[in-house]
Design a protein around this ligand. Sequence first.
Ligand code: VG1
Ligand code: CO
Length: 544
Amino acid sequence: MTITITKTTAYDDQKPGTSGLRKKVSVFQQPNYLQNFVQSIFNSLDGFQGDTLVIGGDGRYFNRQAIQIIIKMAIANGFGKLIIGQGGLLSTPAASNIIRKYKAFGGIVLSASHNPGGPDEDFGIKYNVGNGGPAPEKFTDALYANTKVIAEYRSAEVADIDLDTLGEQQIAGVKVSIIDPVADYAALMADIFDFELIKQSIAAGLITLKFDAMHAITGPYAKKILEEELGATPGSVFNAVPLEDFGGGHPDPNLAHAHELAEIMFGADAPVFGAASDGDGDRNMIMGANIFVTPSDSLAIMAANAKLIPAYAKGISGVARSMPTSQAVDRVADKLSLPCYETPTGWKFFGNLLDADKITICGEESFGSGSNHVREKDGLWAVLFWLNLIARKRQPVADIVREHWQTYGRDIYCRHDYEAVDSDIANGILDHLRGLLNGLPGKTWGDYTVKCADEFSYTDPVDGSVSSAQGIRIGFANGSRIVFRLSGTGTVGATLRIYLERYERDVAKHDQDAQEALADLIALAEQFCEVKRRTGRNAPDVIT
Ligand code: VG1
Ligand code: CO
């Protein structure tokens, strides 16, 4: 085998964000841009010679080209085996499962997740470690340092690999295995949930469903599991063919972007259950007939009912949520005497807690939830959890949610996003907020007296690592909160996220519209951060 060593010059913008490196495709297409980053990943790793690397992506534009480049570089750098999803496809949770199941050294996942795809849109790449989860910050920091000094990369002179034919081939002494991207994942789901019960409920007409794959990676997974294995009517899964540009949409499962599903679920003759997933299959949106379940509520409901699911029948060890996620799950943990952890935004912070069995179930307000079955959030897992739950409880989604609120109270919640804000203005807003923090505690506006105000810093209870500057938190005496942080996944300017929540114990007030119920807090948030005044905008771009 001939190995070529190519001289290269460093790029200064390869700092991984919340979930890997995400840039416009045109940025990734610059000479050696991808190669620099991949070689920097390998330069940050020790002891992988002869070991296994998993490679797969969400199928967006540039996926196939990127995979060919990565295969050649992995061979030249000394991996002994490559496991690749057929067609270059692997959903993020499926990749996590493959890494764990086949005891790989790690994996490279190509995705910009919920960001749009296509020649003018986004591409992304991240490295997952041997536990199947996103690399922790100490790795991504070392990786970033390596990207700044990279001077050369290694690549094997071999022909492009046929990504579409299943099977194993030897290439320059390296085993390259093209696997079915769905089979191992479908088997894992069958181990966790009561497929027989779900199947009976569907056959009996107790559960009717619609799943919007948003022209992204979960199409083939959902077709196989929901339609073929569980017997949902053909066509229950729609937008099921993955497209390189996701049909021109944002593959982001929320009421704004998954509007096709939202129309069905709020329409006449809505099915019992509706759901959608994102570009790489790790997010989920849960709906019932005429009801949208907020991700924070979904997490709390799953934690409260975990024992109804075969894999968690013996109970769960604890729960965790990202800091901006509502406190609904905390109330469940409190009642069930379970440990509850608050982590920074991003799934990488759950990995240590899951590995140490401090938690079994965790989630984020951004439509992500998961458990110890893999080390990524998992969209279809959440869908199957809800189907299993509905089948066990024999109740519509709306009743399950309302009963939960009756028991625990409702954490009325929403998030406002201001996208593509000028970076200097966005940083100015954060600086301004930092300046306010010390003076806020004790101040009162109407029903809201500030109890605490700080910038969130997290010390990992397992390895003691510290992550600071993880968002501004303002907590009120009545349990309400406002959180401000900048996105770490956007690719244009800065995105300011404002998270708002208010606790409502009174059952008579549970059916309020969130925007109305949160109006006072929304006004206070503007008073604190001045985003409208500073940007000249009059409304958020997206409300979830
Ligand atoms: C967003 C979400 C965060 C999530 C991340 C990756 O990050 O807020 O909760 O973990 O996306 O999700 P940020 O930094 O933009 O707020 V995915 O499905 O895009 O991998
Ligand atoms: Co995603």
